[in-house]
Design a protein around this ligand. Structure first.
Ligand code: LLP
Length: 419
C-alpha cells in the first residue's frame, strides 16, 4: 500500500493527512488513492499488452461510479453480475461492448437490458440459462453473445466461501458436461458462441491453480475443435490475491507470462480482476470511541463495524490495522478491535498489539475491495462516506448516508390498519 505512508509519525494518503480527512469528513470513512487504482489497472494492461487482451474490472469489488469512471477512461472493460452493476457501468461512461455478464441467476429483465445495450458477452452458467437467453434474444431478433463458464474443479487454496471453481460449488457448468453444453448452445439459433470462461475463486495467492485450470480447459478447446466448434476468446476470470500482511501476492507480470504462454495465440484473453486492482488502494478510517478491559481482554471499541467491513467477521480475514498517529514510546497492549454492532462476531481485528487512547484514529488496510460494496445498514447504521485522494486533494465520491435515507421508502401503517 505504497500510497499510504507515515510522515513524522502520522499517516498520509497520497500526501493528504488522514487526521485532517477525519476532521473534515468524520469517521468511519473509506479513503481511496486514485493513483494506486490506476497504477494497478495499468500493470494488468501492460502485462497482457503483447497479446489481444481485455481487462474487465470486476465491479463487485467496489462499484462506486467515480471509480468506475476512472477505469472506463483508461479503457477498461467490466465484469458485472447484476442489472444494478450494468446501470452503474453505463452511468460511469463504460462501454457496453466491453462488458461481460457473469452470475448463476440472471433474471429475464437483466438479460433483456444487457441485450438492448449490446454487451460483449454473457458468461453462461447453466443449460437453463442458455435456453432463457435464446428465447429472449429471439424476441428481440438478435443473437445473444455467449461464453460458457466451465467449472474446472480446481482447488484455488482459498477460504471455502470464496472458492468458486470446485465441483461442489454452484458456479459454472460441470467440466464433464461442458462439451454437451457447447453442442446445445451451437444448436440454438439466437445464440452466438464466442468464448470459454472460468473463474476459480478469490484471494488466490499462487499461480498454480490458474496454470492447472488453463491446461485443463485447453483440452476442452481441442475437443471442441474436433467437433467443429470454435470460439474466439478465453476468459480466465479474476481472483488474483493481494498481500494484506506478511503473505506474498503473485506478481501480475509473472502471472501474465504464465497465462500467455499457455493460452493459444488465436484467442483474445479476457480477465476479470477486482481485488488486485482496488483492494490495496483503500483504507477504512475509524475512531476509537472507548477502551474497555475485562478479566481476559482489552477491547478498543471503534466507530466502524461489521456493517462497514464484513470481511473479518465473514471470512476471518486478517487486515492490517495501524494507528493514524503513532504515540512516541507508549507501551503496547493487545487489543481486540471491535465495533458497536450487537454481535460478538463484530470485530475488525483480533489480538492486535497497539498503543491506544480514547479518540485515536485507526486505519484498517486493504479495505478498497469488498469493503463498501459489502456494507449494510445493520443496526440502522448509515453507510460510511467514501473519499478519493488525488494528487494532494480529496473529493467526496459518496456522501455519508443519513438516517432519513435509511427510512426512505418505509411507511407507517395508517391508523385504521393499527386495530
Ligand atoms: N469474476 C467472477 C466471476 C467472480 O465471481 C469474481 C469474484 C471476480 C471475477 C473478481 O474476483 P477478485 O479478482 O476480486 O478476487 N467478498 C469476498 C470475495 C468474493 C469474490 C467473488 N467473486 C471477499 O471479500 O473476500
Amino acid at each position: 500500500m505504497e500510497n499510504f505512508s507515515y510522515k513524522n509519525g502520522a499517516l498520509f494518503a497520497e500526501g493528504v493527512s488522514l487526521v485532517e480527512l477525519a476532521e473534515r469528513h468524520g469517521t468511519p470513512a473509506f479513503v481511496y488513492s486514485r493513483s494506486s487504482i490506476e497504477n494497478q489497472w495499468r500493470l494488468y494492461a501492460e502485462a497482457f499488452a503483447r497479446r489481444n487482451a481485455l481487462i474487465c474490472y470486476s465491479v463487485k469489488a467496489n462499484s462506486n461510479i467515480a471509480l468506475l469512471g476512472l477505469l472506463a477512461r483508461l479503457g477498461s472493460g467490466f465484469d458485472i453480475v447484476s442489472g444494478g452493476e450494468l446501470e452503474r457501468v453505463i452511468a460511469a461512461g463504460g462501454a457496453p461492448a466491453k462488458i461481460v455478464f457473469s452470475g448463476v441467476g440472471k433474471r429475464s429483465d437483466e438479460i433483456r437490458r444487457a441485450l438492448e445495450v449490446g454487451i460483449k458477452c454473457f458468461n453462461v452458467e447453466s443449460e437453463a440459462e442458455l435456453l432463457r437467453l435464446n428465447a429472449i434474444a429471439k424476441e428481440q431478433s438478435v443473437q445473444a453473445p455467449v461464453s460458457i463458464r466451465v467449472n474446472p474443479d480446481i482447488d484455488p487454496g482459498t477460504h471455502p466461501y470464496i472458492a468458486t471453481g470446485l465441483r461442489q460449488n454452484k458456479f459454472g457448468v460441470e467440466f464433464d458436461r461442458a462439451l454437451a453444453a457447447y453442442q446445445r448452445a451451437d444448436s440454438l439459433d439466437n445464440v452466438a458462441l464466442l468464448g470459454l470462461d472460468c473463474h476459480l475463486g478469490s484471494q488466490i495467492t499462487s499461480i498454480e491453480p490458474y496454470v492447472d485450470a488453463v491446461k485443463k480447459l485447453r483440452r476442452l478447446l481441442s475437443d471442441l475443435e474436433e467437433i467443429g466448434i470454435s470460439v474466439q476468446h478465453f476468459n480466465i476470470g479474476g481472483g488474483l490475491g493481494i498481500s494484506c500482511g506478511d503473505e506474498a501476492a503473485p506478481d501480475i507480470g509473472t502471472f501474465a507470462s504464465a497465462m500467455l504462454d499457455l493460452i493459444p495465440e488465436q484467442y483474445e484473453t479476457i480477465l476479470e480482476p477486482g481485488r488486485s486492482i482496488i483492494g490495496n488502494a483503500g483504507v477504512l478510517l475509524t475512531r476509537v470511541e472507548y477502551l474497555k478491559t475485562n478479566h481476559e481482554k482489552n477491547f478498543a471499541i471503534v466507530d466502524a463495524a461489521m456493517n462497514d467491513l464484513l470481511r473479518p467477521a465473514l471470512y476471518q480475514a486478517w487486515q492490517n490495522i495501524l494507528p493514524v498517529v503513532k504515540h512516541e514510546q507508549a507501551a503496547e497492549k493487545q487489543y481486540d478491535i471491535v465495533g458497536p454492532v450487537c454481535e460478538s462476531g463484530d470485530f475488525l481485528g483480533l489480538q492486535r498489539e497497539l498503543s491506544l487512547r480514547q479518540d485515536d484514529l485507526l486505519a484498517v488496510f486493504s479495505a478498497g475491495a469488498y469493503g463498501f460494496s459489502m456494507s449494510s445498514n445493520y443496526n440502522s447504521r448509515p453507510r460510511a462516506v467514501e473519499l478519493l485522494v488525488d494528487r494532494g486533494n480529496e473529493r467526496v465520491i459518496r456522501a455519508r448516508e443519513s438516517v432519513e435515507q435509511l427510512m426512505a421508502g418505509e411507511t407507517l401503517l395508517p391508523e385504521e390498519a393499527m386495530h
